[in-house]
Design a protein around this ligand. Structure first.
Ligand code: SAM
Length: 283
């Protein structure tokens, strides 16, 4: 028995189904249902909410989400060995858990029949965590159906997600994308000792809440200018923007940015202005 439901402890579930953790699948499982409940609660009250979870594994977070009242959990898992354990959870919570067997990187989120209010809550596989996040944040139209994303990352990635020019070491393309479309913050850290097997680094739970009206610019233009600017982040922008194939000085002037500035000192608003200037000067 566990504190949150009458299903077996996760350690037993993993043993029973032979779920030895595979590094290639980013498998670092959480066995402590108090911790998975803390992550689930961090996303806010769950009654009436549909939750998309990536990588339920043996189901520690899935169980917490369901026990805390999520109306429906849609869980996408690539490792077929986990399916029997997840089927037992689905049986315990009839009609509330839908397991999608497949690769989250290839999942068409709009085809899952998700109804609002909906959130994403996941202890992400670290090897694909950033790709998954950028995939969600690059969706159009914006805002997406998800009212928030509560996600576990390696601490170092979490710092890049929430970074601003105040943390120039961590600030880059990911911070610009996250800051442009969402309000992102680190909620709490999780020690390696909480995972089985323990990863080498500390993890952090991050929450991203989509901005309903991000500063207007085209994602494609923002991507183009941030790629160039951070491609040579140590150089002044009048130099680093040369790969854009246009004289950077008038571009920077139109965007109201000092041509001697470096990418890591330019806030999100500056990059939006740069993206819009790039678009208008290209004609
Ligand atoms: N949620 C579980 C927990 O907290 O204990 C497991 C988290 S573990 C860090 C990541 C999970 O993602 C594993 O179950 C792994 O099999 C799954 N996974 C890895 N790559 C995936 C992918 N591309 N699509 C879907 N699931 C994936």
């Amino acid at each position: 028995m566990s504190a949150i439901d009458d299903l077996p402890p996760l350690r037993d579930v993993v043993r029973e189904h032979g779920l030895d953790a595979r590094k290639s699948l980013g498998q670092n499982f959480l066995f402590d249902l108090n911790l998975t409940s803390r992550i689930a609660r961090a996303s806010g009250p769950l009654e009436g909410v549909t939750v998309v979870e990536v990588g339920p594994g043996p189901g520690g977070l899935t169980r917490a989400l369901l026990a805390l009242g999520a109306r429906r959990v849609v869980a996408v898992e690539r490792d077929e060995r986990c399916l029997p354990a997840l089927a037992a959870i689905a049986e315990r919570y009839p009609g509330r858990l839908e397991v999608v067997s497949g690769d989250a990187l290839e999942t068409d989120w709009s085809a899952l029949g998700i109804e609002a209010p909906a959130r994403v809550v996941a202890n992400l596989p670290y090897n694909v965590a950033t790709v998954l996040l950028t995939g969600w944040l690059e969706q159009d139209p914006w805002p997406p159906i998800f009212e928030s994303f509560t996600l576990m990352f390696q601490r170092e990635v979490a710092e890049r997600i929430v970074a601003t020019p105040d943390e120039p070491k961590d600030y880059g393309r990911l911070g610009v994308l996250c800051g442009w479309r969402t309000k992102a913050r680190i909620l709490f850290d999780v020690s390696p000792a909480a995972f089985h097997p323990p990863p080498k680094v500390v993890s952090s739970v991050v929450q991203l809440v989509p901005r309903p009206d991000p500063l207007p610019c085209r994602l494609k233009d923002l991507t183009t200018v941030t790629q160039a600017a951070f491609g040579q982040r140590r150089k002044m922008l009048r130099q680093s923007l040369k790969p854009l194939g246009m004289n950077p000085t008038p571009l920077l002037e139109q965007a109201g940015i000092d041509p001697t500035a470096r990418a890591e000192t330019v806030p999100v608003e500056g990059f939006v202005a740069l993206a819009n200037a790039w678009r208008s000067l290209r004609g």
